[in-house]
Write a protein that binds this ligand. Structure first.
Ligand SMILES: C[S@@+](CC[C@H](N)C(=O)[O-])C[C@H]1O[C@@H](n2cnc3c(N)ncnc32)[C@H](O)[C@@H]1O
Length: 210
């Protein structure tokens, strides 16, 4: 049985230190261009690898994660010269709402760990923070993921199929979706992965209230 508790995330995030930034972050940075001081949220920042990449590309970054040692771990991942542009908080997303206005949202392998009961309010809060022209890159878990059928995880993790993804992104330009399924390792043992990696943008002319 997998327990996504403090001990799990501490071990997981420690193992991520020093790796290269994930594909989702690289794709998002390619699309969004240089930050030039614009504001990014790294939601579920983990070891801070993607936080550091965003800072390296000129973004000011709010990094949040409820895992132990988040402040120390993420700060250590960031070059000292970039630390003035970093705000890091040990916090879950529901407690971070309402968010300040953003120009970019990055949530790599984080939103599936928001319980379904909280997900609508969290997603609404994220959408509200994004302004016309803003970029969003998120990983979702699909319904054929092993964990979707695990009764010990019922009510704890969120899963979305492609139609639900389109609903979540209604009114936005869904620029890229990489939907993948494969068998592979995880910190909870071997499993079937079903992931949707999404890059979307709120249209520039979408100026109505969110
Ligand atoms: C699979 S890890 C991904 C971390 C990092 N983004 C990466 O790609 O390595 C999931 C992260 O989400 C964080 N997390 C879990 N629940 C969360 C929540 N409600 N709000 C924000 N982050 C959360 C965990 O603490 C963990 O660091």
């Amino acid at each position: 049985m997998v327990r996504f508790d403090d001990e799990h995330w501490n071990t997981y995030n420690a193992a991520q230190e020093g790796r290269t930034p994930r594909r989702l972050c690289r794709r998002l940075l390619d699309r969004a261009g240089p930050g030039d001081g614009r504001r990014a949220l790294d939601l579920g920042a983990g070891a801070g690898v993607e936080t550091a990449a965003l800072l390296d590309h000129g973004w000011r970054v709010l990094a949040i994660d409820p895992a132990p040692s988040t402040v120390e771990r993420v700060t250590a991942a960031v070059a000292p010269a970039h630390r003035p542009a970093l705000t890091v908080r040990r916090q879950g997303v529901a407690d971070a709402l309402p968010l300040p206005p953003l120009d970019l949202l990055h949530a790599g392998f984080t939103l599936p760990f928001v319980p379904p009961a909280d997900f609508p309010a969290v997603w609404d809060g994220l959408r509200t923070a994004l302004r016309p022209g803003d970029w969003c890159g998120v990983t979702l878990f699909g319904p054929r993921d092993t964990w979707a059928a695990d009764p010990t995880l019922a009510g704890r993790l969120s899963f979305h199929d492609r139609d639900e993804l389109d609903d979540l992104c209604s009114g936005w330009d869904v620029v890229e979706v990489l939907e993948e399924e494969n068998d592979g390792p995880s910190f909870g043992g071997p499993k079937h992965w079903h992931t949707l990696e999404v890059v979307a943008r709120r249209p520039l002319d979408d100026t109505g209230p969110r």
